[in-house]
Design a protein around this ligand. Sequence first.
Ligand SMILES: [Zn+2]
Ligand SMILES: [Zn+2]
Length: 393
Amino acid sequence: MKNKIGTLAAQIFEQTVAQRRHLHQHPELSFEEYQTSAFVRAELERLAIPYRSMANTGLVAEIVGDRPSGNVVALRADMDALPITEVAGRIYGSKHEGVMHACGHDAHTASLLGTAHILQSLKADFGGTVKLIFQPGEERLPGGASLMIKEGVLQNPAPQAVIGQHVMPLIPVGKVGFRAGKYMASTDELYVTVRGKGGHGAQPQQNIDPVVIAAHIITALQQVVSRIADPKMPTVLSIGKVVANGATNVIPNEVYMEGTFRTFDEKWRKEAHAQMKKIASGIAESMGGTCDFEVRVGYPFLVNEEQLTARVREYAVEFLGEEHVVDLDLWLAGEDFAYYSQVADACFYRLGTGNEAKGITAAVHTPTFDIDEQALAISTGLMAYIALRQLGN
Ligand SMILES: [Zn+2]
Ligand SMILES: [Zn+2]
């Protein structure tokens, strides 16, 4: 089986690269993946794989092996791009002004199409059902995964496992990375408005200075991380935007701030939201001002089910060799695959796409991000192999 998959993966490699480049040249923003969705549908039709539409631009396809088995596994790719202008001069650079596949979702989609091709070619050799999830809107709330789940992507039939992969430039091409248990953080957005009473900078006694209040709030909010959070619970609170539109001699009426809160526990997450609001409004009121503290709840934390992840890691070792499988640290970025992990046994692993020798080191979400396409020589076959092993073949 392993050899058959390897041969098929090698046969389709150039096609997978061409598909990735096509998608890279035609990126679409979250929930606007119309051309991308049409491209995936055309390829599924060419492969004679049945599918249905979901969540507007999303798709779920199904490959049922010929041998009898009731087992089901779901494989997921995300399809959306980011509002970033790609660095100029690339032969397969974005043709859509201001939009770029800077998170590798082009590679995920092309790779899952390659996996579909391999599995469809091997239908006679395996038992079980593979669901292929092509989802929209990973990069934007409420997250395409949550919509797909609401529309029943994990039902009829329900998979025993959901598996996803994501490019990672920090891992050298040729390798993949795993972490069992909690892996990525819940992500909440903070929108804070501190109101006071503006006036002349020389007459603070007649005003209520929201700048000073905001400064106290920014500092005091770190109490949540350093004094209220359990030291064993990774927690991040960052205020990344502060707008006080006064002048050297003008105290403004209000200060506007934005930030992010991230952690790995739902109960603590809710408690922290309440604590942040209490601290901010308490400080504002004690200084004569007010504070609107809005928490826009984002993705939950992503947990890789321990036993499933141990098994999938082992399948990766079988397919690639122990020296090509690495272990990962916690990662406080967010990822909407987390929604699958909250309702099903899930495993989200990392595909190495970096290559220092070729200068491919840029981080995701930057204009110079790229992947070493040799990663696509591994990713299609690896996912096919993992799927078949997980199905008991
Ligand atoms: Zn991203
Ligand atoms: Zn991503």
